[in-house]
Structure formats: C-alpha cells, structure tokens
Design a protein. Structure first.
Length: 138
C-alpha cells in the first residue's frame, strides 16, 4: 500500500550496504525538503512526544492527505521526509490503513534508531493519523 515515492526510498535502501549509508541517505532526504517557514513552526503544528522539535502542517486537497513538515534535528527531518513519502497524497480514508511499522521495517529504521527517536517516529505517525482522521470527520 506504499506510495511510489516510498517505494523509491525502499529500493534505494535495498542497494545501500550498511546502516551508515542508510543513515546518510535519510539525512539527505531531509536536506532535500523545503524548509518550513517560521510562521508554521508554532505550537498548533508541533508534534508532542518527540525529543526534537517537529512540526507537521496538514493540507487537505481533493479528499487527499498532504502535509509539510520540519524538524530542528537533521535525522528527524529525514524521518519526516520518509513519512512524507509514505503518506503524502493518499486519500484521507487510506491513511489509517497504512501499516507504517511494517513499511518502515522494510527500511530497517526501527532497529537502528535510538529508543527516543523510535518513540518520536511513532508520535509523528500518530499525529499524521489523527490529522487525517480529523479531516475525514470534517
């Protein structure tokens, strides 16, 4: 059920031999994202449960879930980019059905992140699901 953008990331990860290369790739994905302007970096868009500062700004268009995000930590910014690839553009009704843990397991992220980063990643996934559910409820 992964998007084409996420499949591209998964294919790249399959070619990278070790976690150091994958870690650098995640950081590069974050660097490639357009930064979130300061007016969006406000408490209303901040994700709680993350050690780093993380903001996710939803934008629903045509019944599809879109979001922009940012973080003050490079690896977390990269994780936001990975989640963007996984969720952005999905129909609102499909967001809750994404098995993010299974999809991210394909990348080997969980076993290579600190407990704090893993908790933050789960918080971001929860926030994405909550935002989509709220938009779906109207």
């Amino acid at each position: 059920m992964a998007t084409a953008a996420f499949e591209d990331i998964a294919e790249t990860f399959a070619f990278l031999d070790d976690w150091e290369d994958r870690y650098r790739h995640v950081i590069d994905l974050g660097k490639a994202m357009e930064p979130l302007s300061p007016e969006w970096q406000v408490p209303a868009f901040k994700v709680s449960g993350c050690a780093s500062q993380v903001w996710l700004v939803p934008a629903i268009a045509g019944g599809r879930f879109h979001f922009r995000g940012d973080s003050d930590a490079m690896i977390v910014r990269g994780l936001v980019a990975v989640l963007h690839a996984l969720y952005d553009g999905l129909p609102l009704a499909e967001v809750a059905g994404v098995d993010a843990q299974a999809e991210l397991a394909r990348l080997g992220l969980e076993e290579n992140l600190s407990a704090q980063r893993s908790n933050g990643l789960r918080s971001m996934i929860g926030r994405i699901r909550d935002l989509a559910a709220a938009a779906l409820a109207g």
